[in-house]
Write a protein that binds this ligand. Structure first.
Ligand code: ADP
Ligand code: MG
Length: 657
């Protein structure tokens, strides 16, 4: 193409395209889902802009917000056109080739590990999936008020961008994707196949999608056509119709005589038949009824519909683990349909450990909850909607209480958003608690109310949840002062009494020794290491349960919790653990006194050793003391009550944060 500028794809994008174009993946049709989803995103954007500036929509047919799909089987071409926001020349260069999103390399890594191609959209590189079926793609695009440009590539390492000088129709606004299908992928130019696929992928797209369909139809021969015929012909036709009329009036009379009035329809048909012919007609068939599922009543929505919607909104290909569908009333009104995925989004733990999600030029790859105001999509990246630790939730929030005609920044700080957030968090934690309760009910021994017991997946849901999102709840304990108590109840750990099955803090409390007032824990690298620790051995020997904390977050969590249901927590690797305080009965005081005296005497008798040792080590240690906690290990190095524990020191050194 004359005057086209050539560009090299960014290296990782290039690798990705190379994999896609040579892929033998068997569900190539996902490309259509990705392109429809991009068209829908682009329409969301222009609709949002039009709230504050109506002129961006243009006039006449340009103002219509829809998606149209058509194909030409003979030339193996497929076309998808939207009237969305379009792309400028610079957008085309950046968005479709030169900027790698954080998802690009993450997706490549997943693919290398045998991950599913299906997840491509979640990684924010969905567009390139078109090369699963195409060997040449052109993207014709026009942003409001700009010129029309053509992006083109055969996935051979480079692409071109040039001004469209009349090569394609003027789009007015939006994007036309012209796909040249590879040999063997002709099925994607087949109308019946396209109809099935578009229906499958577009059910929950909020804009009308039309497919051009060819059907054989009886079409009336138009009057004008008759006029064009030679006069002679029309004269003949006139005569004929006169003749017909005569016959019919005769018939009418006859029928009237018989008093039968039923045959009216037959008469009409006889009259029409000669005026129609069979013809191939192309028509735009509307394939989705763009319904907002979250506005409907839960009881009217089938499991299948929920799952389809989840997949559309999350770009996941698996069903959701759980869903939360509710309506909030009062000062702030909104409807919400949230889903808990079965697996953590790929960038979830990357993002929540940063103060703010990574700001890549292409935006965050896996978008979060979608915020709508009165059915108009506003953003899927509103920080104020959910706390970070719950940002794995997917779905939609639609509010009537937010203003429509403000920009996103103003919306982010709207007071109603705080109320919405609070309610979303509460509902989400309730749903998680319900999963935990169901699991507990499944495991309970009592057979009294078997009929009420949850079964099947409901019994396993919390286990799956904990595996994927347990760390998110721990981060919640660190961050969410208002819900710390609720979150603590949801935490799970291994302990000396439950080394293989995760247990809750209330589980620990239920197994406490009579009079025990402290929850003991020890943190380290592995369960094996902490179980063999000399700190734990004496307590365990005395029958106390010790929590084995092996996640780097656990020690931070314990610092935040300090107590649970009036029980204090104690890190047994620190110096002041003394189980005598736990003894019960009248002789408690006497026992303590006797113990104290014995300890004093012992301390005196060992003074020569401890002083010698302290002198030897000097400032390397704070002190050398006799231990009351060891049963078979001769000596240990411990952290002081107010000092950093060894485990914490290691975590800080590794600078996990
Ligand atoms: P994602 O949609 O997750 O951002 P894609 O690879 O599907 O990732 O698309 C990359 C980018 O290209 C989009 O973010 C968008 O900026 C741009 N884009 C793709 N298709 C269109 C379209 N039909 N209209 C406008 N922009 C588009
Ligand atoms: Mg996309």
């Amino acid at each position: 193409r004359d005057g086209a500028k050539k560009f090299e794809f960014q290296a990782e994008v290039n690798r990705l395209m190379d994999i896609l174009i040579h892929s033998l993946y068997s569900h190539k049709d996902i490309f259509l889902r990705e392109l429809i989803s991009n068209a829908s995103d682009a329409l969301d954007k222009i609709r949002f802009l039009s709230l504050t500036d109506k002129s961006v929509l243009g006039e006449g047919s340009t103002a219509v917000m829809d998606i149209r799909i058509w194909a030409d089987k003979a030339s193996r071409q497929l076309f998808i056109r939207d009237r969305g926001i379009g792309m400028t020349q610079e957008d085309l260069v950046k968005n479709l080739g030169t900027i790698a999103k954080s998802g690009t390399s993450a997706f490549l890594e997943q693919m290398q590990k045998g991950g599913d191609m299906n997840l491509i959209g979640q990684f924010g590189v969905g567009f390139y999936s078109v090369y699963l079926v195409a060997d040449w793609v052109e993207v014709v695009s026009k942003a409001p008020g700009g010129k029309q440009y053509i992006w083109a590539s055969g996935a051979d390492g480079q692409f071109t961008v040039s001004e469209d000088e009349g090569e394609n129709e003027d789009l007015g606004r939006g994007t036309l994707i012209k796909i040249h299908l590879k040999e063997g992928e002709e099925e994607y130019a087949d109308e019946a196949r396209l109809k099935a696929l578009v229906t499958k992928y577009s059910e929950f797209i909020n804009f009308p999608i039309y497919l051009q369909a060819t059907t054989e139809k009886e079409v009336p021969v138009e009057e004008e056509a008759a006029d064009e015929k030679s006069e002679k012909e029309s004269e003949e036709a006139e005569k004929e119709s006169e003749k017909e009329e005569d016959e019919e009036s005769e018939k009418d009379e006859k029928e009237d005589d018989e008093g039968d009035v039923v045959d009216e329809e037959d008469e009409e048909e006889e009259e029409k038949k000669p005026k129609t012919v069979k013809q191939n007609v192309t028509e735009w068939e509307h394939l989705n009824d763009n319904k907002a599922i979250w506005l409907r009543k839960a009881k009217d929505i089938s499991e299948e519909e929920y799952n389809k919607f989840y997949k559309a909104v999350s770009k996941d290909y698996d069903d959701a683990l759980n869903r939360i569908h509710f309506k909030a009333e009062g000062d702030v009104e909104f409807k919400a349909l949230l889903f808990i995925p079965k697996r953590a989004p790929w960038d979830f733990y990357d993002n929540i450990q940063r103060a703010k999600p990574k700001a890549t030029p292409g935006g965050t790859a896996s978008a979060g909850l979608k915020l709508y105001v009165r059915r108009v999509f506003i953003s899927d990246d509103v920080d104020e909607l959910l706390p970070r630790y719950l940002s794995f939730l997917r779905g939609v929030v639609d509010s009537d209480s937010l203003p429509l005609n403000v920009n996103r920044e103003m919306l982010q700080h709207h007071a109603s958003l705080r109320t919405i957030k609070k309610k979303l968090v509460r509902k989400a934690l309730d749903a998680i608690k319900k999963m935990a309760d169901d699991e507990a009910a499944c495991n309970a021994d009592d057979s009294s109310d078997d009929a009420e017991k949850p079964t099947g997946d409901a019994c396993k849901a919390f286990g799956t949840f904990w595996k994927e999102f347990g760390r998110a709840l721990k981060l919640g304990v660190l961050e969410d002062d208002n819900n710390r108590g609720r979150l603590a109840k949801l935490l799970r750990f291994y302990t000396s009494k439950s080394p293989k099955e995760l247990t809750s803090l209330s589980g620990y409390v239920s197994r406490m020794k009579p009079g025990q007032k402290t929850i003991y824990w020890i943190a380290g690298m592995s369960q094996d290491e902490v179980a063999r620790s000399p700190f734990a051995e004496k307590l365990v020997a005395e029958g106390y349960e010790v929590m084995y904390l092996t996640d780097v977050l656990d020690e931070y969590v314990m610092q935040q919790l300090t107590e649970f249901e009036d029980f204090k927590f104690a890190n047994i690797a620190k110096e002041d653990v003394d189980t005598t305080a736990e003894a019960e009965g009248e002789d408690k005081e006497a026992a303590a006194k006797a113990k104290k005296e014995a300890a004093k005497a012992l301390k005196e008798s060992f003074k020569p050793l401890t002083s010698w040792w302290k002198d030897l080590l000097g400032s390397k240690v704070a002190g050398v003391k006799l231990s009351k906690r060891l049963s078979s290990t001769p000596c240990v190095v411990v952290a002081s009550k107010w000092g950093q524990s060894a485990n914490m020191e290691r975590i800080m050194k590794a600078s996990a944060f």
